[in-house]
Design a protein around this ligand. Structure first.
Ligand code: ADP
Ligand code: MG
Length: 695
């Protein structure tokens, strides 16, 4: 089916004559250039003429050009060269939606809808579309349309009066009176949902012009409707291989979080029946990385994180974070990376990134000047921004850059990142939960040293985590037996699963293998669990008085356990209790936080505090987390400081310090540790001959 220009024009005129578009175009006529786009809903064309709506997807350049002409005819007062009205078509049908990785040569010149997360945006810059020149001789005006990168000048004066026709060679640009539009280059990448199986996300560049430039920012989840075009890779060598980009016609923002997860009525029935299963909790925990053995506490914590607490906005506009942050610190080879990768795949909007990522944006965001912007500044989103409303799984957190180290506090607590540099002034949202993994300070945990001293993260950062889990790898006969059986069974099941159907190997019963290793299969499929989680986001649970009491009692009890003048627990942890208990209720799809939920939260937090801040005698010392130094250690440090003040004028050797400290009840290893702390902190200075002096 093909159409004559005149037919197309007639079709558009009929569409634009309907009330909806007459009003819209009238508004543009009155308010130009504040309003300069007709926003056409594809469905209106489809309702009106199915065949033409299909043709529009095939030949968008021609159809839209004619549409613009039709609109211009309806708005006679806009007639300056270069002044145009855009026709922006949105809400394209399902068959026009293409994933970035599926864009092919066939799509060139076609109207397509591409979904993705905005990874980079350049600053908005004007581009001249029609340059005004004046003849240096007769002063007549000459408009030259500009399309390429280099400014085109008029070749001759075309003054119709004839006086200087063809003779003038000098023209004066009038940049002020020329016509410009805003332009912006953006890059989107596939949403994590499109990426099952851990493949790298594909990216697409989009050019945005005029009134839709500057609308999006890094981290937004959007649909770009536009025409796929090709351009040569570089101007220098004439290559036959082309890069593609999208000439953007319209932008749609995602309406609701978790939109990308479709829940049918049948799903809903299944979700509700799952929620009534008495084994719901253990089923969910058993569906989290079943190929990873053990880690029961960690999986329980991660399950709660998956559901998350509730984001709250208070009367005065302050907002309270609902997302739960968890840190796993452990010896190498305990499956930290594996569980992170699993969760980034399972969680809606999960992103996996490493702390030592190569991208300029790092974990948060950055303004950079690189090839992408052709000399313009570009705002680039890092993992936490791309995981907005999802789960950011950050591996090797201890290896992050200093820049990330300083911006991570804001990102984790306020859940936004501000970038102010070189004309870019943006606040990016990163309303995500963070599941991070790190190695202990010396690579693996040393038994002699207390745990908190082996966590090499800035204390303010550590206190942002609701839970910190410690994973040690010590030989343990019984556990090693079970662990190795589990890993071998996982491998065996994997082998059996990969066999072609009906394969027959002597002495091997494939059915039997699959049956015997059935426990490695998740109880709820990844698909189903993801739907369940998405469904739970509709629920806002409320604390019952009984649950409230349990949480308050636990909080006050721990606070009273503080040794000496240290503060054992802070309000941050109290908020953690609430978030975890909310998550526990959401897991059941219940809008009441019960005693059971409060106990779930209290157990996890008490166990965590005991591991990290326990003094070994039933008391806690959260100062260890918030400052890195416990109050007991602080006393030890003071003893050493006192010794150095008293005897340290000329310097002391380690064994001399030990001798003095012995009288005050410090063991040699305690002295060694305290001296090292002061040395690391710059208070003491060690000479090459091993003599300590006050710095
Ligand atoms: P990490 O990141 O903690 O250094 P990895 O996630 O890279 O460790 O794990 C190393 C390997 O050891 C993985 O392939 C994993 O399968 C295996 N492994 C370690 N602990 C377990 C466990 N508890 N259950 C199953 N596999 C495990
Ligand atoms: Mg690892």
């Amino acid at each position: 089916m093909t159409y004559e220009d005149s037919e197309i024009e007639k079709l558009w005129e009929t569409v634009f004559a309907t009330d909806k578009y007459r009003v819209m175009i009238g508004d543009i006529a009155d308010n130009y250039p504040q309003k300069k786009s007709v926003e056409v809903d594809y469905n209106d064309i489809n309702l009106y003429d199915v065949a033409f709506s299909a043709y529009l997807l095939e030949e968008p350049d021609r159809c839209i050009e004619i549409a613009k002409r039709a609109v211009m005819n309806m708005v006679p007062n806009i007639d300056r060269p270069g002044q145009a009205i855009n026709v922006r078509i949105s809400d394209l049908p399902r068959d026009a939606k293409v994933e970035i990785r599926n864009l092919r040569a066939d799509h060139l010149g076609k109207l397509v809808a591409v979904e993705g997360l905005v990874r980079k945006v350049t600053t908005v810059k004007p581009r001249i579309t029609h340059a005004l020149f004046r003849c240096a001789r007769c002063g007549s005006e000459i408009w030259v349309p500009q399309t390429g990168m280099i400014m085109k000048e008029p070749l001759m004066c075309n003054n119709p009066d004839g006086s200087c026709n063809k003779q003038a060679t000098r023209f004066i640009e009038d940049l002020k009176a020329s016509t410009y539009i805003d332009t912006q280059k953006i890059e989107i990448q596939e949403r994590p949902e499109g990426l099952r199986g851990g493949s790298q996300p594909e990216r697409l560049i989009g050019y945005v012009e005029d009134d839709i430039a500057g609308l999006v920012t890094a981290g937004n989840s959007i649909t770009l409707n536009g025409i796929l075009r090709s351009q040569e890779k570089s101007d220098r060598d004439k290559s036959t291989v082309f890069e593609t980009y999208l000439d953007v016609i319209s932008i749609e923002f995602e309406q609701h979080e978790y939109d990308e997860i479709q829940i049918t009525e049948e799903d809903e029935r299944e979700i509700l029946s799952m929620s009534r299963d008495p084994n719901l909790y253990s089923n969910i925990i058993r569906s989290i990385a079943p190929s990873i053995f053990g880690m029961d506490d960690e999986k329980k914590a991660i399950a709660l994180q998956l559901f998350g607490g509730c984001h709250k906005v208070m009367d005065d506009g302050t907002s309270l974070r609902g997302d739960i942050h968890i840190l796993l610190i452990g010896d190498p080879g305990v499956a930290k990376s594996q569980i992170l990768r699993y969760m980034s795949n399972l969680a809606p909007r999960g992103i996996y990134a490493s702390g030592k990522s190569a991208s300029a944006a790092g974990l948060t965001a950055a303004a950079v000047r690189d090839d992408f912007g052709d000399g313009r500044w570009t705002l680039e989103a890092g993992a936490l921004v791309l995981a907005d409303k999802g789960l950011a799984c950050i591996d090797e957190l201890d290896k992050m850059t200093d820049q990330d180290r300083s911006s991570l506090h804001e990102a984790m607590e306020a859940q936004r990142i501000s970038v102010a540099k070189a004309g870019i002034n943006a606040t990016l949202q990163c309303r995500c939960s963070m599941l991070a993994a790190a190695n202990p300070k010396y690579g693996r945990f040393e038994e002699e040293t207390s745990i908190y001293q082996q966590i090499e993260l800035p204390p303010p950062l550590m206190s942002r985590f609701d839970l910190i889990e410690i994973l040690t790898d010590k030989p343990n006969k019984a556990r090693d037996q079970k662990l190795s059986s589990h890993i071998l069974a996982t491998q065996l099941r994997g082998q059996a699963r990969m066999l072609p159907e009906g394969a027959n190997i002597d002495g091997i019963d494939v059915e039997d293998i699959l049956n015997k290793t059935n426990e490695i299969k998740p109880i709820y499929s990844v698909e189903m669990l993801r739907k369940y989680v998405a469904y739970s986001k509709r629920i806002v649970p409320v604390m019952t008085p009984e649950a409230n009491k349990i949480i308050q009692d636990s909080f006050l009890r721990i606070r009273n356990l503080g040794s000496g003048d240290s503060v054992p627990i802070t309000a941050r942890q109290l908020e953690g209790y609430v978030r975890l208990s909310e998550a526990s209720a959401k897991m059941r799809l219940s809008n009441r936080i019960t005693e059971q939920d409060a106990n779930n939260a209290a157990e996890l937090i008490e166990a965590y505090l005991n591991r990290i801040a326990g003094n070994g005698d039933g008391t806690y010392d959260i100062d260890k987390i918030s400052t890195g130094i416990s109050s007991k250690d602080r006393n030890k440090l003071d003893i050493i400081r006192g010794i150095m003040n008293e005897f340290g004028e000329t310097g002391l050797k380690m064994d001399e310090i030990m001798l003095h400290a012995q009288n005050q009840g410090l063991s040699d290893s305690e002295v060694e540790r305290a001296v090292k702390t002061l040395n690391d902190g710059g208070e003491l200075f060690k000479s090459p001959s091993g003599i300590y002096k006050k710095a």
